[in-house]
Design a binder for this molecule. Structure first.
Ligand code: PLP
Length: 418
């Protein structure tokens, strides 16, 4: 803990980072760490990608701030052009903000104004941020909400098809979740009161849970039936993390609003929501705004980020590295009964632990995480009991780096068990 820093921010290391390069972070003592946290899904292009750094340097010498209500700026215009090439077809209009929670709130404000309806359906285990509005939409973990009531009204949680937690087959879980969702629309939030459904295509903080393939298309269908907007939160899944530019591409689902942040500018703060122009046109001018949103440096970094992802074929690389990581971890799973479930999409992989031999899954995970840290590997945890180890290496990670990380992890599992 650093003196003077609010203890509300827990930290699983005492490292002071001095510099970063690619998949590695270096502390002030010069020790190297394989950073498979990617700063919680931010450094998809690796730390300090030279092309991103150069774009920031170049822009910093020209203009640092261009307030959006006062003037337009070239990097934002270029970024809109780049984003239109990568978002699902038709989502051609953007609102820029600074971080994920802000963009989530913007999406809900847009949905409420555009539909004139108050309620939002969210999905159990979803994480959408920590500002008071965003945390009201979040159901991933008790500590995130405890002590902050009363939260924003009009939020109705529906079950997410987390088959392993329910202990059912994926298809049966999906069918039950969809029945419950329809039941909610009959009993708790009438369609004419429901502005939107807000969903993560893969649960992030809630445990790295990949829903069955039919989930998002089914939500799309139910939304269409009732004139409800479908909002997908791609803050963690976006920018190549799952082996596609956005995770909705895996199921060919087109949301009405797509939220992006985190990896968008490779480390500078930037977020956005994308929607069709006719939907954005129903958001009255002046009814929402921001001082810093779409900052000129961040936009320049985002243009470079998209260029790097495309030119270095990092999304294809993420898909193949994801397969490699999954294969390696599958062979580890056989020897370790504490591993209950292994799941993932691209380079977004979760290992859910279970309680064994008197140790809780959460304790085991903490010990494994600490042992990996001692060996120079940074791994994050997630899940409602912090009982899932999550793998989110940068998309630039090489096969050798993936193998090295799995080796350290396997060794940590052995040590923790013995
Ligand atoms: N949505 C998702 C899916 C996230 O994973 C996060 C952060 O982890 C957020 C929203 C909130 O983003 P931020 O921390 O930038 O406010």
């Amino acid at each position: 803990m650093i003196p003077g820093l609010a203890p509300v921010l827990p930290n699983f290391t005492d490292l002071v980072a001095a510099r970063g390069q690619g998949a590695f972070l270096y502390d002030t003592g010069g020790r190297r760490y394989l950073d498979f946290t990617s700063g919680i899904g931010v450094t998809n292009t690796g730390h300090c990608h030279p092309r991103v750094v150069e774009a920031i340097r170049e822009q910093a010498g020209r203009l640092l701030h261009a307030q959006i209500n006062v003037v337009f700026q070239e990097p934002m215009i270029a970024l809109i052009g780049e984003l239109r090439r990568v978002v699902p077809e038709g989502l051609d209009t953007f609102f820029f903000a600074n971080g994920g929670a802000e963009a989530v709130e913007a999406s809900v404000k847009l949905a409420r104004r555009a539909t004139g309806r108050p309620n939002v359906i969210v999905f159990q285990g979803g994480f959408h941020g920590r500002t008071l509005g965003a945390v009201s939409l979040t159901t991933s973990k008790r500590i995130v909400r405890a002590g902050y009531q009363p939260l924003m009204a009009g939020v109705v949680p529906a079950p997410f098809p987390y088959a392993y937690r329910y202990g059912w087959a994926p298809d049966a879980t999906l069918a039950w979740c969809l029945r419950e969702l329809r039941h909610l629309l009959e009993t708790q939030t009438a369609p004419e009161d429901t502005a939107a459904m807000l969903v993560e295509p893969v649960l992030g903080e809630g445990g790295y849970v990949v829903p069955p393939a039919g989930f998002l298309p089914a939500l799309r269908e139910i939304c269409d039936e009732h004139g409800i907007l479908l909002i997908t939160d791609e803050v963690q899944t976006g920018f190549g993390r799952t082996g596609r530019f956005f995770a909705v591409e895996h199921s060919d689902t087109r949301p009405d609003i797509l939220i992006m942040a985190k990896a968008m500018a490779s480390g500078l703060p930037l977020s956005a929501i994308a929607a069709r122009a006719d939907l954005m046109a129903r958001w009255p001018a002046g009814s929402h705004g921001t001082t810093f949103g779409g900052n000129v440096l961040s936009c320049a970094a985002a243009v470079a980020t998209i260029g790097v992802l495309r030119d270095e074929k990092l999304i294809e690389h993420a898909a193949s590295m994801g397969e490699r990581l999954m294969e390696r971890l599958q062979s580890v799973q056989h020897d370790h009964p504490a591993i209950g479930d292994l799941r993932g999409l691209g380079l977004m992989v979760g290992i859910e632990f279970r309680d064994v031999a008197g140790a809780s899954a959460g304790e085991l995970v903490k010990r494994v995480q600490r042992t990996c840290l001692e060996r120079g590997l940074l791994l994050l945890t997630c899940g409602y009991r912090e009982h899932v180890i999550r793998w989110l290496p940068p998309l630039v990670a090489t096969g050798d780096e993936i193998d090295e990380a799995v080796e350290i992890f396997t060794d940590a599992l052995r040590r923790v068990r013995s």
